[in-house]
Design a protein around this ligand. Structure first.
Ligand code: ARG
Length: 396
């Protein structure tokens, strides 16, 4: 049997690699999709061969991840339950698509992933794999099938004579350009503040520099194109913002999250660039969209985020939502000024060629002014339903 394994180099997928060989007698081809996790890809490849892979692929999908996945998320101001920028949720369908492509190319009998039976990622992987795989290729989820736990995995690897690194023992981490997610260990006590050793991208706000930093971001049709006036490629821009904003203690998220599988979990994230870009994008939308567009887009954005979180990247509904999202983003061009200081970030200025804000109109001294008659007429009609209802109901 030949199995293509989605391999991250982490604890779960390392255990699976060994189990597939020893228990299922499989030839294992490992695939690591590089979506900007900090891991040294060379090290992951070496680890795969050390654990017995017959062949290893490293696929650099950073640009595709940012431009085909993350950019859509920015345009949709995508924050699940108002807080989580969906880093893991966005990367899973891309990873699954790449795995499916290689499984077909390699003529594999099955693909395998390291998701547990209690998380969202199994849903995201399985649905996308079903969309791209041929029906004769099986989907294996050994952690789910064998109910493997992290401590069991450590034991299994040790039994077969392989080492386990200290960080793998403590937390479960998933990382890409858009966010770093940290789960498990002490974090499972939702009343306890996350310990400092859970974080890697951000300094504690109290240790951030005493001077604020100012940054300008320029958007073109909803997509960030320049930072501080400099054109930057998409991947470098996100890396740069993560570093800079993280060094000011900005980007930590602590969320009691509603998983797809019916349970709440305590999730800790670091996502400096994602939070800053979404905040900026949304601010610019407030300047260029009409109130009705803004109200409607909020609903569409939320539905888009829910679909992505729930693993339904391939749901045709997503395309319909995106046509609305893209149509409104045609006007989201302009520049936003940000100030970051000791863990907090604020938009302190914005400008756009499509701005609906007009200083000439808003100014009390020199601007437009309705006549008293115009104002009274408007107010009479505007308040008519409410005042009528009040009168009718008070008379009963
Ligand atoms: N709760 C997040 C999500 O469902 C992250 C899941 C993966 N995180 C991890 N540390 N293994 O998108």
């Amino acid at each position: 049997m030949k199995v293509v394994l989605a391999y991250s180099g982490g604890l779960d997928t390392s255990t699976i690699l060994v189990l597939l060989r020893k228990k299922y007698n499989a030839d294992v081809v490992t695939v690591t999709v590089d979506v900007g996790q900090e891991d040294d890809m060379k090290g992951v490849e070496e680890r795969a061969y050390e654990l017995g892979a017959i062949k290893h692929y490293t696929i650099d999908a950073k640009k595709e991840f940012v431009e085909e996945y993350v950019f859509n998320a920015i345009k949709a101001n995508a924050l699940y339950e108002g807080k989580y920028p969906l880093g893991t949720a966005l990367a899973r369908p891309l990873i699954a698509k790449k795995i499916a492509e290689i499984a077909i190319e390699e003529n594999a009998d099955a693909v395998a992933h390291g998701c547990t039976g209690k998380g969202n990622d199994q849903v995201r992987f399985d649905i996308t794999l079903k969309a791209f795989l041929k029906p004769n290729i099986k989907i294996m989820a050994p952690v789910r099938e064998l109910k493997l736990t992290r401590s069991m995995n450590i034991k299994i690897l040790n039994e077969y004579g392989y080492s386990v690194s200290e960080t793998h023992k403590k937390y479960s981490v998933d990382e890409n350009l858009w966010s770093r997610s940290i789960e498990g260990g002490e974090l499972d006590n939702p009343y306890q503040e996350p310990p400092e050793d859970a974080f890697a991208w951000t300094v504690p706000p109290e240790k951030a520099p005493d001077k604020p930093a100012y940054i300008t971001i320029e958007f073109e049709e909803g997509i960030p194109v320049k930072v501080d006036g400099e054109k930057m490629n998409s991947v470098d821009m996100i890396k740069y913002l993560n570093k800079l904003l993280g060094s000011h203690g900005f980007g930590r998220i602590d969320l009691i999250e509603s998983r797809v599988v019916g349970l709440k979990s305590r999730e800790v994230y670091e996502a400096p660039a994602a939070l800053a870009l979404i905040e900026s994008h949304q601010d610019l939308e407030r300047m260029v969209l009409t109130p009705k567009e803004l109200r409607f887009k909020r609903l569409v954005d939320e539905m888009w985020s829910d679909l992505v979180y729930q693993g339904l990247w391939i749901d045709p509904m997503k395309k319909h939502l995106e046509s609305v999202i893209n149509s409104m983003n045609k006007y989201v061009s302009g520049t936003v000024r940000l100030k970051v200081f000791k863990g907090s970030l604020a938009v302190v200025g914005r400008d756009s060629p499509f701005s609906l804000y007009s200083r000439e109109v808003i100014d009390y001294n020199t601007g437009w002014y309705p006549t008293d008659e115009e104002a009274r007429g408007f107010i009479t009609i505007h308040g008519l339903y409410a005042l009528t209802a009040l009168k009718v109901r008070n008379s009963k």
